[in-house]
Design a protein around this ligand. Structure first.
Ligand code: HEC
Ligand code: HEC
Ligand code: HEC
Ligand code: HEC
Length: 443
């Protein structure tokens, strides 16, 4: 009898050990962000709470894309099967490393909702291989926090080990570079920064997204002159987007008669981003130029951009065409005809890079991307020029004609947002910059 009990106890122990060693970590190895933020790092916690980092798993569009497109697609197509778990490597890293994937939906309030928490970033000791990408982090959760400053007061809650990695943009690349199952770089913010001017001058991602200020990192600790604020402000902060590009427009002649042709020249200078604009979720993002003339009587005319003639240019000029047909796979719509591609007036210049599915159709599903088209985005400190030729109508009234160029940024194209019922704020057109010029229309 005793032997039997002992034997089953052993069996239980073996099973227990097997089931826990199968996954490297458990949720108990990680503190919650509320633990870090309730009495010590109160300000960092509030900053993080307002950034997308704290919503990487719960944000509406992330939830829709993961549960309605990615999971069903992964279950139907062996080639992309890995994303069923893999999305969480960056969006819910703790759930990923403890093996709780797919995690419960956000409404279940599980620990996946912690998203990219304090413990995620401060447990990272390095990354595997040469290039940071696809959540190749090495994690060591526990009493030791990996960070950038030892501090002159010993933390009562934990030990601190200072790493070079936390000071470097390479740290961010672990999640801000992504390669699709087809071997295509579908997110390359870190690689763009690496080959651009800022990394060469030693300007890190942290310098623009975690700016330094005189501040207390912990409520009972010291104030430092160069404390790293945890703002992580990006595409969801309209203030960060505004003014990214400086815009100037001028005509080739200042006086013209109705029926004549006037050519408007535009310069677009990227003075603000450390990577290309747009970057990150490039499959979703649109930056476009709208040029409009208003004559002396108040009539409006929409101008179309002049074609430059480069390969793949048709994807950079708005047009009435359908795209994104591969959403039909996950949504079970056979022969899905797609939705409108751009959702803006035809003839506008779009600064983007199109992503293509294996059938060569434009896709917003970065995991289903097997090739990319022309990269017509605006690089860091790059200036692009565009021309708009306007054949003045014969009946144009005499007097001043004002021509205004406006540059807009959109996180998700309107037709896709409407089709998938993504709340409107994700498809908001944010005005990046605007500039006007005038010409005199003669009698
Ligand atoms: C463990 C993965 C991970 C690491 C490491 C990481 N990020 Fe992120 N980051 C994310 C995810 C996931 C999102 C997207 C949140 C969302 O919108 O779903 C994000 C969002 C952002 C945003 C907000 C973008 C927006 O749309 O508003 C900024 C800015 C940002 N990260 C900067 C950084 C910087 C700078 C670093 C390095 C110091 C860094 N990140 C390191 C995963 C990470
Ligand atoms: C996306 C990754 C990321 C997240 C999430 C994150 N941190 Fe950090 N944290 C960093 C990096 C990177 C640095 C160092 C930046 C540098 O010095 O270049 C840092 C620095 C710090 C420092 C030292 C600041 C200083 O200047 O002395 C503290 C303290 C800290 N983090 C606490 C927190 C807390 C608390 C949270 C959660 C509310 C948090 N971090 C969330 C990446 C992150
Ligand atoms: C010189 C300043 C600067 C540097 C350096 C910089 N950024 Fe940015 N970043 C910006 C600005 C400005 C924006 C807002 C415009 C935009 O969306 O590109 C931005 C936007 C972003 C976004 C949101 C993009 C989108 O469209 O969703 C992410 C994510 C991001 N940065 C991450 C990073 C990472 C990671 C690095 C380092 C590899 C980095 N940034 C380096 C200035 C910078
Ligand atoms: C290598 C890390 C990584 C992986 C893997 C990853 N993401 Fe992301 N994801 C990010 C980062 C970083 C951002 C923020 C980029 C930006 O701001 O443009 C992001 C942004 C997004 C956004 C846009 C959020 C917004 O509000 O605009 C959605 C939706 C999204 N991811 C869904 C997914 C899905 C679904 C998967 C799996 C098929 C996935 N991601 C896999 C890192 C990753």
């Amino acid at each position: 009898m005793i032997n039997k009990t002992l034997a089953s106890l052993y069996m239980f122990l073996i099973f227990f050990l097997l089931s826990t060693t199968a996954q490297k970590f458990t949720y108990d190895d990680f503190k919650t962000p509320e633990y870090c933020g309730s009495s010590c790092h109160t300000d960092f916690y509030q900053q993080w709470k307002q950034a997308m980092m704290s919503q990487a798993y719960t944000h509406h569009w992330d939830e829709i894309e993961y549960f309605q497109l990615a999971i069903p697609h992964a279950e139907k197509d062996e080639k992309v099967a890995e994303v069923k778990e893999g999305c969480n490597g960056c969006h819910a890293p703790i759930s990923y490393v403890v093996g709780d994937v797919p995690p419960p939906k956000p409404e279940m309030n599980s620990r996946a909702n912690e998203s990219v928490s304090c413990e995620v970033c401060h447990s990272i000791t390095g990354y595997e291989g040469d290039t940071p990408h696809n959540f190749n982090y090495i994690m060591n959760p526990g009493k030791t926090k990996y960070s950038s400053r030892k501090g002159d007061i010993q933390s009562p809650a934990h030990d601190i080990v200072v790493t070079d990695l936390h000071h470097s943009g390479d740290f961010c690349g672990i999640c801000h570079n992504e390669m699709s199952p087809f071997g295509v770089w579908v997110k390359s913010t870190h690689l763009e920064w690496k080959e651009g001017p800022y990394s060469k001058e030693g300007v890190q991602c942290q310098d623009c997204h975690m700016p330094k200020a005189k501040f207390k990192p912990a409520s009972m600790g010291s104030t430092y002159e160069d404390t790293r604020l945890h703002l992580f402000h990006g595409a969801h902060d309209n203030g960060k987007i505004k003014g990214t590009i400086e815009l100037r427009i001028h005509p080739d002649i200042r006086e013209a008669e109705p029926g004549e042709t006037v050519k408007f020249n535009l310069a677009l200078f990227n003075q603000k981003t450390g990577h290309k604009f747009p970057t990150g979720s490039v499959e979703d993002r649109m930056v476009w130029l709208n040029v409009e003339a208003v004559d002396a009587a108040g009539n409006k005319y929409h101008l179309s951009v002049d074609k430059k003639g480069f390969e793949g240019e048709e994807y950079t000029i708005s047009a009435d065409v359908l795209a994104y047909q591969d959403m039909g796979i996950a949504l079970d719509i056979p022969d899905f005809e797609g939705v409108q591609r751009d959702g803006i007036p035809a003839g506008n210049r779009i600064f983007r890079m199109p992503y293509f599915d294996p059938q060569g159709r434009m896709t917003i599903q970065q995991w289903n991307t097997s090739s990319q088209g022309v990269d017509y985005r605006i690089g860091p400190r790059e200036t692009k020029t565009e021309t708009f030729t306007f054949n003045l109508p014969d009946e144009l009234p005499a007097g001043k004609m004002v021509v205004t160029a406006s540059l807009y940024y959109q996180k998700l194209m309107t037709p896709v947002a409407e089709f998938l019922n993504v709340p409107e704020d994700e498809a908001e057109a944010v005005l990046v910059n605007t500039h006007s010029t005038e010409i005199e229309i003669l009698d």
